[in-house]
Design a binder for this molecule. Structure first.
Ligand code: PSU
Ligand code: MN
Length: 316
């Protein structure tokens, strides 16, 4: 039977009741470029090693951010068929060099059976966390950039991320900047409500738009300063995931009009269906915006990792 491997540092932290934050790796294997930071993208984001491939440098930065914020990073992936929670740097590099693949809820078991290597999506990461909770104290906090959701034009072609279903049934708090702007944000908010996922706004009462702040017509969220207490109550009542949303940091947020024009252009130019749809849309936005979406995406990932660490600390 495939049993998830907990890195000893993560296992010790959980046993001792210290804060742990889970990180996904589909953003590493599929969501970010494999080239180094390019000068024509503008200034290299702070903390990114300009000599390393951007996807690897970002994953390292996220783990460092969690550590600096006082929690233990639990980076998740399927490595040569083995589900792992907590990766050392050599394993992270192995993952970064492997062929791009993502392990989502519908494909995680397939990667395990085939012995392949893949980054876990939000939904895939939640599967690993769920299994880990049967062998160790549960990991309750998890950071990503923007979750998957209901794609635009769902009326013509139904494409809904398996992140949503997995989120609904896994008692973990996911910190994000809403759903990715390449999606139908209103439809995603409705789906979250249908699935019974509380959406808690941190310093915002509107669903953030991933790389820009939530618009006036963005779906309202429950504005709260105490997401950890609400999450705990939700879990005590048998609830599943809780979505904690925050706007991108002010200095990094994209102009809303630009961001929405880039998302529209990406949607119009990408015809991919299936699991590579989201990565292709993100890549198209990065190209069209000459790297501006990459700058913002990295800033959002870092800010969310920091907030998840603060929540994990407040909860222990
Ligand atoms: N957040 C980012 N970039 C990403 C993702 C999240 O800033 O690439 C990934 C997450 O792993 C998320 C996935 O689970 O995109 C959604 O993909 P799909 O729509 O195929 O479910
Ligand atoms: Mn899909």
């Amino acid at each position: 039977m495939t049993v998830v491997t907990l890195h000893p540092e993560v296992a010790d932290a959980l046993d001792q009741g210290r804060p742990v934050v889970a990180l996904e790796t589909a953003v590493l294997t599929c969501g970010l470029p494999r080239s180094t930071w390019q000068a024509d993208h503008g200034d290299c984001p702070e903390g990114i090693d300009p000599a390393s491939p951007l996807h690897l440098a970002t994953s390292r930065l996220l783990a460092d951010t969690v550590r600096t914020a006082g929690a233990v990073p639990a980076t998740c992936a399927i490595v040569d068929g083995q589900p792992m929670i907590g990766l050392d740097d050599a394993t992270l590099e192995h993952l970064a060099l492997a062929a791009p693949a993502k392990a989502a809820p519908e494909s995680t078991a397939l990667h395990c059976a085939a012995g392949t290597t893949a980054g876990t999506t939000v939904g895939g990461t939640l599967m690993l966390l769920q299994q880990a909770a049967s062998i160790a104290p549960p990991i309750r906090w998890f950071a990503t950039g923007g979750i998957g959701g209901v794609h635009r034009n769902w009326q013509d072609h139904l494409d809904v991320s398996a992140d949503l279903g997995m989120l609904a049934r896994t008692p973990v708090g996911v910190v994000c900047a809403g759903a990715k702007s390449i999606l139908d944000v209103h439809a995603t908010a409705e789906a979250l409500q249908t699935l019974g996922v509380p959406v808690l706004g941190m310093d915002t009462s509107r669903m953030p738009a991933f790389l820009s702040t939530g618009a006036d017509d963005a779906p309202p969220v429950t504005s709260t300063e105490h997401p950890a207490a609400i999450a705990q109550a939700h879990w005590t009542m048998g609830g599943g995931g809780v979505l904690c949303v925050q706007d991108p940091p002010v200095e990094a947020a994209l102009d809303r009009t630009d961001a929405s024009a880039w998302a529209d252009a990406a949607e119009a130019g990408v015809s991919t269906t299936g699991p590579m749809r989201t990565p292709d849309l993100l890549q198209a936005m990065a190209t069209i915006s000459k790297g501006a979406t990459l700058q913002a995406n990295i800033a959002v990932l870092v800010a969310n990792a920091r907030t998840a660490a603060a929540l994990a600390r407040s909860a222990v």
